[in-house]
Design a protein around this ligand. Structure first.
Ligand SMILES: NC(=O)c1ccc[n+]([C@@H]2O[C@H](COP(=O)([O-])OP(=O)(O)OC[C@H]3O[C@@H](n4cnc5c(N)ncnc54)[C@H](O)[C@@H]3O)[C@@H](O)[C@H]2O)c1
Length: 361
């Protein structure tokens, strides 16, 4: 998969010269970032935009040379003559489910979304089920898990270059466990090569724990992984802010910095030694992990390869956040995943749920 992530837009090979037809649903702050990259690739063409805001729809349409402009996904699919290949949903959380399901039902080959994927587990299950039933590739969006260095480090780990994963930690998970916190869980599951099977947590302050949304909620706790390792979860910054995974002699650290730190072996004093193997350079460094994420999505649609981040990954992140919140709220009880009660819900902060036009960033 990593080789694909770094290929500069020759993903369709000799299969066809036709471009993939892309529709963008939501062209606010983040949607325009997606539009920039899709309009740069010579394998994709943005053929339509669905956007609530009249002024923004017009301006962004002009900017990217898109003339087919609609109010929302329902109107777009009713009026488009040809079903697009890819639907790129970049909406506030409240509106994601309807757009994803409308796209899958319309017959697109792939639909992408972003974090957090929703608030209620049953809603997210429904999106994943509808996509699965219709063989629609469901992509997860602009997450650090898609970073080329994170993916390459994970491939080295899977190949056995560092031995078996023996432990992991999560740092600075708090503040927004359903939003920014998605990043940690997605990276943890990738590097630990395991699912979270049990969560126990403590939350503060009490007002944030009792609120419907997670703004300012600090969670400390412990995850048990399907491989049996126990993962301490620190809500606030330690010297680290991300995920550490270690084996007998190595440590791999994703810390939101530009490049992952890897240590292998020890010096004469028993101190870890920096591992000096270079990561493969990215083809599109100026677009960061949005580029590698989108390229892995296109490759999954075209060639059936594994995505760097999927809708399933976003659900697992949300589920861990929900489990942690309710474990803490109900007296730090141990909760098994998958959660039985799919009606459990955790709203993100208002900007993520309703969008920037309706809530302050
Ligand atoms: N992965 C990341 O790093 C990252 C960063 C920022 C935002 N996000 C996520 O991206 C999503 C969008 O964020 P944003 O910053 O672009 O928000 P935004 O408010 O700037 O843009 C959202 C746009 O969607 C439009 N819209 C809302 N409901 C609609 C509907 N039903 N149909 C058509 N258009 C609709 C709004 O008019 C607005 O233009 C959110 O889910 C957010 O959490 C992710």
């Amino acid at each position: 998969m990593f080789g694909v992530v770094n290929k500069p837009y020759t993903l369709r090979g000799n299969m066809t010269d036709e471009k993939l037809r892309v529709v963008l649903i939501g062209c606010g702050r983040m949607g325009q970032e997606y539009a920039k990259f899709y309009s740069l690739l010579d394998t994709t063409e943005i053929v339509a935009i669905a956007e609530y805001n009249d002024e923004r729809r017009k301006v962004v349409g002009e900017r990217f040379g898109v003339r087919a402009l609609y109010k929302d996904a329902a109107e777009m699919y009713q009026r488009l003559d040809e079903i697009p290949d890819l639907a790129v949903v970049v909406l506030p959380g409240k509106f994601i489910k309807d757009a994803v399901i409308a796209s899958a039902q319309a017959g697109v080959r792939g639909v992408s979304t972003d974090k957090p994927i929703g608030a209620r587990l049953a809603d997210v299950d429904e999106m994943i089920d509808v996509c699965e039933e219709r063989n629609v590739v469901f992509h997860g969006g602009n997450l650090q898990r898609a970073r080329a260095d994170v993916q390459e480090a994970a491939s080295w780990l899977r190949r056995g270059d560092f031995g078996t994963v023996q432990g992991a930690t999560v740092h600075a998970w708090g503040g927004e466990i359903s939003g920014g916190g998605c990043q940690h869980i997605a990276v943890l599951r990738l590097l630990a090569q395991a699912e979270i099977t049990e969560v126990i947590a403590w939350g503060k302050p009490r007002e944030a724990l009792e609120a419907d949304e997670d703004t300012g909620l600090i969670i400390n706790g412990r995850f048990t992984m399907s491989t049996g390792i126990e993962v301490p979860v620190f809500g606030e910054d330690t010297p680290c802010r991300g995920v550490d995974v270690w084996t007998e002699d190595s440590l791999l650290r994703w810390d939101w910095d530009d490049v992952m730190d890897i240590y292998k072996g020890f010096d004469g004093n028993g101190v870890r030694v920096k591992f000096d193997r270079a990561f493969t350079p990215c083809a599109w460094p100026q677009y960061g992990y949005l580029a590698s994420s989108i390229l892995s999505f296109i490759s999954a649609v075209e060639h059936g390869t594994e995505m760097a981040i999927s809708g399933h990954d976003l659900r697992q992140s949300l589920e861990a956040a929900i489990a942690a919140k309710y474990s803490a709220l109900w007296g730090s009880i141990s909760l098994s995943l998958p959660l039985e009660d799919r009606s459990l819900t955790l709203y993100p902060r208002p900007y993520r749920w309703l969008g920037g036009d309706h809530a302050a960033f």
